[in-house]
Write a protein of this length. Structure first.
Length: 457
C-alpha cells in the first residue's frame, strides 16, 4: 500500500522534513510519496531565505549553519566549494542559504524515483476521513494523505493597534515586511516608520538604504532595544551554571546576569554565557509554570531576544552609523493612534519615559514587529480552521499549538493525533527555542522517523 505524507509549507522546516522522509523511505524501501505544498513554488526558502538582497546576512556564522545534525560542516563545505576563502566565522548572505537548502532537496528528489511532488497550492483545511485526512485547497481541489505536517512557519506581524480601513486601504501601511513591495515607490524625501526595532526592522532599514532611500527612518518599539552584535570571534561557553535555578524567571535571570559578569571578568564575554544556555533552553522553559512563562513573555522577552538573536558585526556597524548620522531616530514608545493625514499618516505615540504624547507624520509605515505570537489571532486560514473545529488547540500560553514531544498535535479534548503533526514556530509555546536551524534540523529528522514508524501496511 502506498502512503502519501503531506507537508504544508516548504521553508527550512518543511523542506528538511521532506528531505529526511525521502532519505528514510529510500533506505527502508517504504512505499511513500511526499507532497510538499508551497504557495510560492520555491521550496527551501520561506520568509527567511527568500530575500534576494545581498545586504541581508545570516545571523549565525557559516560554521554553525549545517542543515544536517550529523554533518556539522555541511553548509561550510558547500559554501567553500563556491569560494574557498570563506571562514567558519563568516556571516553569509541569506539568499545563499536558501540556495543551499533547495539544492539539498533537489539532490534528494533526483535520488527518490518520483517520491516527491511539489504543489503550488494553498491548503485551507484538513478534515479527517476514515484513517486518512483530506486536504481542502484554495483551488477547489482536494487531496488525501495518511499524515499531514504543518510547517507553515512564521505568521505575519500583528497590527500594533486596531487600524481604520482608510489606513489599511491607503497603501501607506505595509503589514508584510518580507514582501519586496513594502519599500516600492518610496519618495526620497519621505519619512519612514518601522514599527519594531528587532532583526526584521534592521533588515528593512538596510534594504531601504540599499535601494537609495535617503529620508528619515523612525524605529519604534516599546523598549527601543536594538539587536546586539556578535563579537568578532564569540567564545563558546563551557555550560550553564550547575546552580542555575529552575522554575522562576526572576531567579534565573538574576543568576544569568551574575554568570555574564563573571564571564566578562575572565575575558570570555557575556555572549559565551548566553550561548552556553542553548542546549538547555528548552528544558529551562519547560521548568516554568504557566504564570512564570507569561511573566517572561511580558517582562523579559525583549531583553532576551536582543542578547540571544544577534546580528553580524558588519550589520551592527551600519546600523550604528545610521543612528550617529541622525537619519535614523529611535523611539521607546507605544503607538496610540494612526490616522490618515493630508501629507501622509499621523502617528500618535506615548514615549516610555514621558506622559506627554507626541505625533509623527510619516509617508510609509512597515510593520516589523516580528511574527504574530497570538496563535488564535493569526491570519492563517489553515490554522484558524483547525482551531475552529477543535482539531488542534493553542498551547498553554497561546503562542503556538499544543503537541507532544514529537510534534503530534493535540485536539481540543487533549487527545494526541496520530495523523497531524507540526514543527518549528508553531511549537514555540512548548519549546520556546524552536525557530533556529540547530533546533529545527533535529525536529525535522525526529519527526520524519516518527512518521515513517507510524505507517501501517
Amino acid at each position: 500500500m502506498r502512503f502519501e505524507i503531506a507537508v504544508v509549507g516548504a521553508g527550512f522546516s518543511g523542506t528538511m522534513v521532506a528531505v529526511h522522509l525521502l532519505r528514510l523511505a529510500r533506505s527502508s524501501s517504504a512505499d511513500v510519496v511526499v507532497s510538499l505544498f508551497e504557495q510560492s513554488g520555491a521550496p527551501g526558502r520561506g520568509h527567511a531565505y527568500a530575500t534576494t538582497s545581498p545586504i541581508h546576512l545570516l545571523n549565525v556564522p557559516a560554521g554553525r549553519m549545517s542543515a544536517l545534525a550529523d554533518a556539522p560542516d555541511h553548509f561550510l563545505e558547500w559554501a567553500r566549494a563556491r569560494d574557498g576563502s570563506i571562514s567558519p566565522g563568516a556571516f553569509l548572505p541569506r539568499h545563499l542559504y536558501g540556495e543551499y537548502v533547495a539544492e539539498i532537496l533537489d539532490r534528494e528528489t533526483r535520488a527518490s524515483d518520483g517520491r516527491l511532488r511539489v504543489l503550488t497550492e494553498e491548503v485551507l483545511d484538513v478534515e479527517p476521513e476514515g484513517e486518512t485526512s483530506r486536504l481542502r485547497l484554495r483551488s477547489g481541489m482536494t487531496r488525501v494523505a495518511s499524515h499531514v505536517v504543518l510547517a507553515t512557519g512564521h505568521p505575519l506581524p500583528a497590527p500594533p493597534i486596531r487600524l481604520h480601513r482608510t489606513v489599511l486601504d491607503g497603501g501607506r501601511y505595509k503589514e508584510n515586511p518580507w514582501h519586496g513591495e513594502a519599500l516600492d515607490q518610496l519618495p526620497d524625501d519621505a519619512a519612514l516608520l518601522l514599527i519594531g526595532s528587532g532583526l526584521t526592522a534592521v533588515d528593512v532599514l538596510l534594504e531601504s538604504r540599499r535601494r537609495g532611500f535617503r529620508g528619515v527612518i523612525h524605529l519604534l518599539s516599546r523598549r527601543g532595544l536594538l539587536p546586539l552584535a556578535h563579537a568578532a570571534a564569540d567564545a563558546r561557553g563551557s555550560g550553564i551554571p550547575m546552580d542555575l535555578p529552575r522554575g522562576h524567571v526572576l531567579s534565573m535571570m538574576r543568576r544569568l546576569r551574575q554568570e555574564a559578569r563573571r564571564a566578562e571578568g575572565s575575558g570570555g564575554g557575556w555572549r559565551s554565557s548566553i550561548d552556553a544556555l542553548r542546549p538547555s533552553t528548552q528544558e529551562l522553559w519547560r521548568s516554568l509554570g504557566v504564570d512564570e512563562k507569561q511573566r517572561f513573555l511580558r517582562h523579559a522577552r525583549a531583553y532576551w531576544e536582543v542578547h540571544r538573536h544577534r546580528v553580524a558585526p558588519e550589520i551592527d556597524e551600519k546600523v550604528n552609523a545610521e543612528l550617529r548620522s541622525g537619519r535614523v531616530v529611535r523611539h521607546a514608545a507605544r503607538i496610540v493612534a494612526i490616522e490618515v493625514a493630508r501629507d501622509g499618516l499621523r502617528v500618535s505615540i506615548a514615549p516610555r519615559s514621558s506622559n506627554a504624547a507626541r505625533e509623527l507624520i510619516v509617508q510609509r509605515i512597515v510593520n516589523c514587529t516580528g511574527p504574530n505570537t497570538g496563535v488564535e489571532m493569526c491570519e492563517s486560514p489553515l490554522t484558524l480552521a483547525l482551531l475552529k473545529t477543535g482539531v488542534c488547540r493553542p498551547d498553554e500560553v497561546g503562542i503556538g499549538l499544543a503537541c507532544d514531544a514529537d510534534g503530534a498535535l493535540m485536539d481540543a479534548a487533549g487527545r494526541v493525533s496520530d495523523r497531524l503533526f507540526t514543527l518549528g514556530p508553531l511549537r514555540k509555546g512548548e519549546l520556546w527555542e524552536s525557530t533556529a536551524v540547530p533546533e529545527l534540523r533535529v525536529q525535522a529528522e525526529r519527526l520524519a522517523r516518527r512518521l515513517l514508524g507510524g505507517l501501517k501496511s
